[in-house]
Design a protein around this ligand. Structure first.
Ligand code: SF4
Ligand code: SF4
Length: 188
């Protein structure tokens, strides 16, 4: 009986070790170009670029399937940063994707909110707090001003207001070597 248990434990260890080696050996490396492009994008996940988030847009740029001027939240500064990164000519923001706007954050009128949670489901960065049938509120420091929560609100109690400076300041991503930059439309 003991021998059988030892054999099973031994086999399990060997297979586990083998799987570990395989995971290291065959691990899928992220595409460094996509990572660098994504690091430039504002991470608002708003979809104005016609892609379902910043990373899919970065992948499309890297694959030559999208241009560098489709991100309104990133604005002219974002286009210049992408042009520098990719050694391309900067160009004006494509108006079909929208216009660059000053930094905004969403504010919920809690006296009107009915707690339907539709805004929470729409928010791509989880910046809204609330419970069913109770007031909801926006965490200003997390809100990117993407406006995706406004259309689903049945009582129209969400407004966009100018963002204060410190709400828009972002630390640079580790390892990018980039200076801390103001988020789109923000001031450092
Ligand atoms: S709270 Fe609204 S505006 Fe702010 S990030 Fe979420 S969906 Fe966008
Ligand atoms: S969608 Fe409007 S009413 Fe519903 S929880 Fe959000 S803010 Fe409140």
């Amino acid at each position: 009986m003991l021998a059988a248990v030892l054999i099973i434990v031994g086999l399990a260890s060997v297979f586990g070790f083998g799987l570990g080696l395989a995971a290291i050996r065959f691990r899928v490396q992220g595409d460094p170009v996509v990572d660098q492009i994504n690091a430039v994008l504002p991470q608002t996940q708003c979809g104005q670029c016609n892609f379902p988030g910043c990373r899919p847009y970065a992948e499309a740029i890297a694959a030559g399937e999208a241009d560098i001027n489709q991100c309104p939240p990133g604005g002219e500064a974002g286009i210049r940063a992408l042009a520098d990164l990719l050694g391309r000519e900067a160009k004006p923001l494509n108006p079909e994707n929208g216009e660059e706007k000053p930094a905004l954050v969403a504010v919920i009128d809690e006296t009107v909110c009915i707690g339907c949670k539709l805004c929470i489901q729409a928010c791509p960065v989880d910046a809204i707090l609330g419970a069913p049938k109770l007031m909801h509120t926006v965490i200003a420091a997390e809100c990117t001003g993407c406006e995706l929560c406004l259309p689903p609100c049945p009582v129209d109690c969400i407004d966009l207001v100018p963002a204060a400076g410190e709400e828009r300041w972002r630390w640079p991503r580790p390892g990018t070597g980039r200076p801390a930059v103001p988020a789109p439309g923000g001031t450092a």
